[in-house]
Design a protein around this ligand. Structure first.
Ligand SMILES: [Fe+2]
Length: 304
């Protein structure tokens, strides 16, 4: 909980409107905050993991000012394959308009648009405090769903937690690069693979979180293929069905969503058929290199 934030006038935060586990909506103004306000914003996002801010003017700022704002929270990640405004490769543009990729090719190969991932976890230092603000969105549909990876860890049995500690998993950017090139997109640099701990410790809260996602986690180091596939399959299914620790964000004009990419997975939901555009801008400051601390018995006892 963050009572000091709600009481601090410089941040203009108010108490949560909706307090689903791990999620918050607030009425706060993000533009031109003080440094203290930015620190409080970062802390709020660390504590809540995902926060939706309504009625914001971030989309009205010149791109450089938006980047300057986001740069306070870490060095910008330049996405290897994303579209970006000319001259601003650090900006990640998300654009969907129900074109053939979404509604013909895509359902032909997958049963669902749900694709859980944490952003660019193949990087040496994946993002932390991450901003996504909307330019256009469909009137109905196109929500984004988030899942709390600390709670996903907490729900595991002590025996499994203990076994998972010390394991590392391979996160790969190769498939994303190949996908981009196949579609005529860009690939700004050689793709990379990185070994990350399967259980990550948050540097601020000390909480432990599963660091695993279907988007980029490919295998568990030291296990044979069948073992790795089975364990990863279990963990991904566990995270994916955790509706009791997920938050579904409805985009409305002027919404800014900020999440802690260290300890959450998310997925777009492609469920509108009207041809409306879904156009968003992501600002993606990097965090520390993921690390783990030893298993502590009885820590993170399940609420279930
Ligand atoms: Fe993402």
């Amino acid at each position: 909980m963050a009572p000091s934030i709600a009481q601090t006038p410089t941040a203009e935060f108010v108490v949560p409107i909706k307090a689903a586990p791990g999620a918050t909506e607030t009425k706060a103004r993000l533009s031109k905050p003080t440094a203290a306000g930015k620190d409080q914003l970062a802390l709020l996002v660390v504590q809540r993991k995902v926060v939706a801010f309504r009625d914001q003017d971030l989309a009205d700022l010149p791109i450089q000012e938006a980047l300057d704002f986001g740069g306070y929270f870490g060095r910008h990640n330049t996405h290897p394959t994303s579209g970006a405004p000319e001259g601003y490769p650090e900006i990640r543009l998300v654009y969907r308009n129900n074109n053939a990729w979404e509604y013909d090719e895509y359902p032909a190969t997958k049963n669902s648009s749900v694709s859980w991932h944490s952003d660019v976890t193949y990087e040496q230092q994946p993002p932390g405090t991450t901003f996504l603000y909307v330019l256009d969105s469909p009137e109905v549909g196109g929500d984004t769903v988030f899942v709390n990876q600390v709670e996903a860890y907490n729900r595991l049995s002590p025996a499994l937690k203990e076994r998972l500690h010390g394991l590392k998993a391979v996160h790969s950017g190769f498939e994303q690069a190949e996908f981009s090139l196949k579609r005529g997109g860009v690939d700004r640099r050689e793709p990379v693979k990185t070994e990350n701990p399967l259980i990550r410790t948050h540097p601020v809260t000390g909480e432990k979180a599963l660091l695993v996602n279907g988007g980029f986690t490919r295998s568990i180091v030291g296990l044979k293929k069948e073992e790795s596939d089975a364990l990863l399959g279990f963990l991904l299914a566990h995270v994916g069905r955790g509706i009791d620790y997920q938050a579904r964000i409805r985009w409305a004009p002027k919404t800014v969503v900020v999440w802690d990419n260290r300890v959450t997975d998310h997925s777009a939901i492609i469920d509108w058929t009207t041809g409306e555009r879904h156009h968003l801008v992501r600002i993606t400051p990097q965090a520390e290199r993921p690390y783990e601390t030893p298993y502590v018995p009885r820590e993170g006892k399940s609420k279930a």
